[in-house]
Design a protein around this ligand. Structure first.
Ligand code: TRP
Length: 389
């Protein structure tokens, strides 16, 4: 592990003295400490750490005492890296990392070029095709792209040193007014001509994602934003995907968002997420199918809890509901930071429930790196005014 360790303990890097800790050191330290939670071997961790450092390029050496090189939308404090742990019953959790490879570049167009080059390098290294990405490149990389992102990638850090690769693109690259058209055209080119018509109504499409490389069933995924969502709305949206247990979606929503069902008429009306919106994600694998093969509900738990101890309690309750223990998540949180969970909010950014055809449901916790800032605890979560009958 010597080749990778940048400091002995989390926080040690910043203790090295003002201006000494770097972004690369910080995230590498976190990766090394998270790896055992997902049973990753040292050789794999070293290889993945190198990939991560290459993507951060110059920003890897950038001191944390300087502001972030660009205002990455990956995380609230603009760290261009986010970890996640995906849990299924009776299996080790999977560790993933989301990265903005163009984070060193100040403008969206430049960031996109660097991002594309990073994906093509990975394709050469791990011998996978970028045909899906090439087919839609002109849609997502116009001459004068709009933000807040050009290209992100996520790696599923699998044992053996070859990760699963996912690429995230911005449907509003040619302006929010063109996002729907861009999504429809991208789905058509990727072999899903009917997919757009089965997407639920929402307030926009923040991301589209492509599985590249070695996946059992590569997916195209479309994310939809849902302001003021209720548990019942989530269940309704989940019906776009056949064969999934709708009551699990409702229960997940209530456990993650903390909305306890209230008695009385229009009870569901009283429990809407009024801060950051929930997202749903719709996966398409079979071009001939008339419905999506997968559905994910993402709850931005960090806006609906006081602090991270409350977020952990929510995560623990819902993991337990799905028959999964919470000890790996607790270990992951202490691998990321030595701070007390009650001292901030946002270490757990999102909680998500994913249903894919013929698979066990998966619960994912998105975990912030907090390289630059810890968000202070919130005052009481905002709820729509409740007037009992
Ligand atoms: N930070 C952004 C957000 O909160 C994007 C993002 C990062 C995201 N990780 C995510 C969105 C996980 C959904 C799920 O929206």
């Amino acid at each position: 592990m010597k080749a990778l360790s940048t400091s002995a303990a989390p926080g040690a890097a910043s203790a090295a003295g003002p201006g000494r800790a770097t972004l690369g050191g910080h995230v590498l330290d976190q990766l090394v400490r998270l790896a055992p939670v997902a049973e990753l071997k040292d050789a794999d961790t070293i290889a993945y750490g190198q990939v991560l450092m290459e993507s951060l390029s110059d920003t890897a050496h950038r001191p944390l005492s300087l502001p972030p090189a660009s205002p990455s939308f990956i995380s609230d404090d603009h760290t261009p890296v986010e970890f996640s742990l995906a849990f299924t019953r009776d299996a080790d959790p999977h560790l993933r990392v989301l990265v903005e490879p163009g984070c060193a570049v100040g403008d969206v167009a430049g960031s996109g070029r660097v991002g594309l080059a990073a994906i093509r390098e990975m394709a050469a290294r791990w011998d996978f095709s970028t045909a899906q990405l090439d087919a839609v490149e002109d849609l997502f990389f116009p001459a004068d792209p709009q933000g807040p992102l050009a290209l992100w990638y996520a790696l599923e850090l699998r044992p053996g040193g070859v990760p699963g690769v996912k690429v995230y693109l911005n449907p509003s690259a040619a302006g929010p007014g063109n996002a729907a058209r861009t999504v429809r055209e991208a789905l058509r080119r990727l072999g899903h001509p009917h997919a757009f018509d089965v997407l639920p109504a929402g307030a926009g499409y923040p991301f589209i994602a492509l599985d590249l490389g070695d996946w059992a069933t590569p997916r195209v995924k479309v994310y939809v934003k849902h302001p003021r969502m209720s548990a019942d709305d989530a269940a309704t949206v989940s019906r776009t995907t056949p064969g999934l247990a709708e009551d699990q979606v409702t229960t997940f929503f209530q456990l993650a968002a903390g909305t306890v069902p209230l008695p009385g008429r229009r009870a569901e009306e009283r429990q809407r997420l009024l801060r950051r919106p929930a997202l749903t994600c719709h996966a398409f694998t079979d071009g001939k199918a008339t419905s999506p093969s997968g559905f994910t509900l993402h709850i931005p738990v960090r806006d609906y809890v006081r602090d991270d101890s409350e977020a952990l309690a929510r995560a623990t309750a819902l993991l337990r509901h799905f028959g999964i223990g919470a000890s790996a998540l607790r270990r992951a949180l202490s691998a990321l930071t030595p701070r007390k969970l009650t001292d901030g909010v946002g270490l757990i950014a999102y909680l998500a429930l994913a249903h894919e055809q013929h698979r066990q449901p998966r619960v994912t916790a998105y975990l912030s790196s907090e390289a630059y800032a810890v968000r202070p605890p919130l005052t009481l979560p905002l709820r729509e005014a409740v007037s009992l009958p």
